[in-house]
Design a protein around this ligand. Structure first.
Ligand SMILES: Nc1nc2c(c(=O)[nH]1)N=C([C@H](O)[C@H](O)COP(=O)(O)OP(=O)(O)OP(=O)(O)O)CN2
Length: 176
C-alpha cells in the first residue's frame, strides 16, 4: 500500500550544459533555468519534536537540495566526463588537458561528480559520468538526496522521486 502522506519541495537553478550525443540543437552549449522537485512520502507523521505533524520539514528538505544540487551546479556548467573536447575548452591556460581531466575523472569515479573552479575562466564546472540529460540529472540528484532525506526525517520519510524541468514544458522523473 502506498504511504498516504507526500510532500514536494522545489528549487530552481541556472546552469549550462550540452548533450554531445544529441542529433540536433542540444549539442550546442546552452543553459536552462532548471526546476527541481523532490517528492517524499511517509506512512505516518512525526508525533513529537520540531517536525510534529510533518513528513519532513520543508526547510530541512530545501537545505539538503541546496547542498546536493544548488551548491555544485547553480550558475555553473554541467559537463559529461566523456565530452573531451568540451573539457579541453575548460582546461586552465598552460595546463595539460589530459592531466587536468584525469584528476577530475578520479574524483568523478570516487564521488559520482566533480565540481571545480580551477578552470580556464575560473567558472564553476561540474563533471558527471553521464550525458547531462534531464533523466540522468534526475537519477543523479535522487541518489544524492535519498539518504539525507532519511536522516533529516529521523527515518520517517522516504524520497520517492526527483523531477527535473529543463524548460517549463519538458520534465523527466526518476523514482524508486
Ligand atoms: N528526453 C529528453 N529529451 C531531450 C532532452 C533531455 O534531457 N531529455 N534535452 C534536450 C535539450 O537539452 C533541450 O534544451 C530541451 O528540449 P526541447 O524541447 O527541444 O527544447 P525547446 O527549446 O523547444 O523547449 P520549449 O519548452 O518548447 O521552449 C532535448 N531533448
Amino acid at each position: 500500500m502506498p504511504a498516504p502522506y507526500r510532500i514536494t519541495r522545489r528549487i530552481d537553478i541556472d546552469a549550462g550544459h550540452r548533450i554531445m550525443t544529441h542529433g540536433s540543437k542540444c549539442r550546442h552549449l546552452h543553459g536552462h533555468r532548471y526546476g527541481i522537485e523532490a517528492v517524499c512520502e511517509a506512512v505516518d507523521l512525526h508525533h513529537d519534536g520540531e517536525q510534529t505533524d510533518m513528513v519532513l520539514d520543508f526547510g530541512f528538505l530545501k537545505a539538503e537540495m541546496v547542498k546536493a544540487i544548488d551548491e555544485p551546479c547553480d550558475h555553473g556548467f554541467i559537463a559529461a566526463l566523456a565530452d573531451a573536447e568540451l573539457l579541453e575548452m575548460f582546461t586552465p591556460q598552460g595546463r595539460d588537458p589530459a592531466h587536468w581531466r584525469n584528476a577530475l575523472e578520479a574524483e568523478v569515479r570516487a564521488k559520482g561528480e566533480a565540481t571545480t573552479t580551477d578552470t580556464r575562466l575560473t567558472t564553476k564546472l561540474t563533471v558527471v559520468p553521464f550525458q547531462p540529460t534531464a533523466e540522468c540529472l534526475a537519477r543523479h540528484w535522487f541518489v544524492k538526496l535519498a539518504e539525507p532525506v532519511r536522516q533529516r526525517s529521523g527515518g520517517a520519510a522516504r524520497l520517492v522521486m526527483v523531477r527535473v524541468f529543463e524548460t517549463p514544458n519538458c520534465a523527466a522523473e526518476y523514482g524508486e
